[in-house]
Design a protein around this ligand. Structure first.
Ligand code: BES
Ligand code: MN
Ligand code: ZN
Length: 464
């Protein structure tokens, strides 16, 4: 972590977290000039407010950092800390006072996330302030988390011209290599021979062949089995049901589910969690050409059921059908699957709150509890059985695009459910994975959503 320092604390500038109510009594213990400075500059210790305090030599001596109403422990919210790395003058800082380990972790993670920039195509010379690692922090966990978030953001931010199915498979291979995992990629016509017809049908029109990425790690008898699945549509033009320009603009991010599955797998492997891990990523481009799949086509699936294509732009559920069917075939103890699946989920919950669908109440409740504790929110939506009829096809078993489109996130989730054995707990996250505007630590562009919550769930359920 470039902006977190293992330096000794001696020469670091102290940052003093102060709540609104703690301010007054703190000021009383300070010098008169400092008290005046705080009053004259109207520093009230509101959340995120900072006051730079000079020493008698004119050097920056201290930073007062507002953490808002007391009661809440200082710096509960990682994003408050994310702003500091960019706002403070360059230099080395430390947080004064002893922090609870959980808070220390948020301070460090917030700081690290505040320094992210997507710098693949230009040098981003923005300098950031550096922080001495707070004491009591689980450094390995913070580093793992920040690395995973950066990896997910980088993969998503990379445009389709440099992040097609081929490059996505390469990224998976290099991730697997780092942890000694096995990575197999089934490509093009092999998908037909190995019975992944739905992935092939969606991806065959692209200049880059469709693929199924299959990573295995930690497979030892007696270990719980965890499967991670992610939608890997490297670009979603909509296919023959072409998207209008505005709808297509961000569609390089339609492989965000894949990026999340890979980043989360990276965390699980680095932490050496005692699980038998499998990652399945169908990687395609939803493109147009003479051999593109068409509206009205009937596509076979790995499960043996048939899908009528009502709309070629509802491609995600079609490729995920084959991937989920394969994931379920080994009877894992948990499947977590991420997908930028529907616009409807965004209509329902907006862009910052991912939808969680889950066929198992205990898993859903645990997931939501971790989401709240981590400050990585999710909202549960129903797998509403009465709508099951809507995903039935007219000439095939299922349709990928129910008429009317109402409840589109629910009907998409119900479609996916057809491919998962109901005895296997399965969590499906339908999300945006993108910040439409910049906030501290969360610049406009790719965003990891639900990743920290998912890791916390996995560690809690399967960790030693
Ligand atoms: N990738 C899109 C969904 C999407 C759009 C997610 C914008 C996040 C932001 C997906 O493949 C899609 O096009 N879905 C259609 C389905 C419809 C045609 C049934 C949708 O939601 O409009
Ligand atoms: Mn689409
Ligand atoms: Zn899509």
């Amino acid at each position: 972590m470039r902006y977190l320092s293992k330096n000794t604390r001696a020469n670091a500038i102290p940052i003093i977290p102060l709540g609104n109510n703690a301010l007054r009594s703190w000021v009383k213990r300070q010098s008169k000039p400092l008290g005046n400075w705080i009053r004259r500059t109207r520093f009230k210790a509101d959340p995120g407010a900072i006051s730079l305090v000079a020493g008698s030599d004119g050097e920056l001596a201290r930073v007062l950092f507002g953490t808002g109403p007391s009661g809440a422990p200082a710096g509960e919210d990682i994003w408050e800390w994310a702003s500091l790395a960019a706002r403070l003058p360059e230099g080395l800082y430390r947080v004064e006072g002893s922090l609870d380990p959980a808070i220390a972790g948020r301070v460090a993670l917030g700081w690290a996330l505040g320094t992210y920039a997507f710098s693949r195509y230009r040098d981003d010379a923005t300098p950031f302030a550096r922080l001495v690692w707070p004491a009591n922090v689980d450094r390995a966990h913070v580093e793992r988390t920040a690395r995973a978030i950066f990896l997910a953001r980088d993969l998503i931010n990379t445009p389709a011209s440099d992040m097609g199915p081929r490059e996505l498979a390469q990224a998976a291979r290099s991730l697997a290599r780092k942890s000694g995992a096995r990575c197999r990629v089934i490509k093009g016509e092999e998908l037909i021979r190995e019975n992944y017809p739905a992935i092939h049908a969606v991806g065959r029109a692209s200049a880059q062949a469709p693929r199924l990425i299959d990573i295995r790690w930690g497979g030892r008898r007696g270990r719980p089995k965890l499967a991670l699945v992610g939608k890997g549509v490297c670009f979603d033009s909509g296919g023959l049901d072409l998207k209008p320009a505005a709808g297509m603009a961000l569609m390089k991010k339609d492989m965000s589910g894949a990026a999340h599955a890979l980043a989360l797998a990276g965390m699980v492997m680095e932490a050496k969690l005692p699980v038998s891990l499998r990652v399945l990523v169908p990687a395609v481009e939803n493109s147009l050409s003479g051999n593109a799949f068409r509206p009205g086509d009937v596509v076979a699936t790995r499960k043996g059921t048939t899908v009528e294509i009502g709309n070629t732009d509802a491609e995600g559920r079609v490729i995920l059908a084959d991937a989920l069917c394969e994931a379920a075939s080994e009877r894992p103890d948990l499947i977590i699957e991420f997908a930028t699946l529907t616009g409807s989920a965004r209509v329902a919950l907006g862009t910052e709150l991912p939808a969680l669908f889950c066929n198992d109440d205990a898993t859903a409740e645990a997931f939501l509890a971790h989401a709240a504790a981590e400050g990585d929110p999710l909202w549960r939506m129903p797998l509403w059985d009465p709508y099951r009829d809507k995903v039935k096809g007219k000439v095939a078993d299922l349709t990928n695009a129910p008429e009317g489109g109402y409840g589109g996130a629910i009907t998409a989730a119900l479609f996916l459910r057809e491919f998962v054995d109901p005895r296997i707990p399965w969590a499906h996250i339908d999300f945006m994975a993108w910040n439409l505007t910049s906030k501290p630590g969360r610049p406009e562009g790719a965003e990891a959503m639900g990743l920290r919550a998912a890791y916390a769930l996995i560690r809690d359920r399967f960790g030693k």
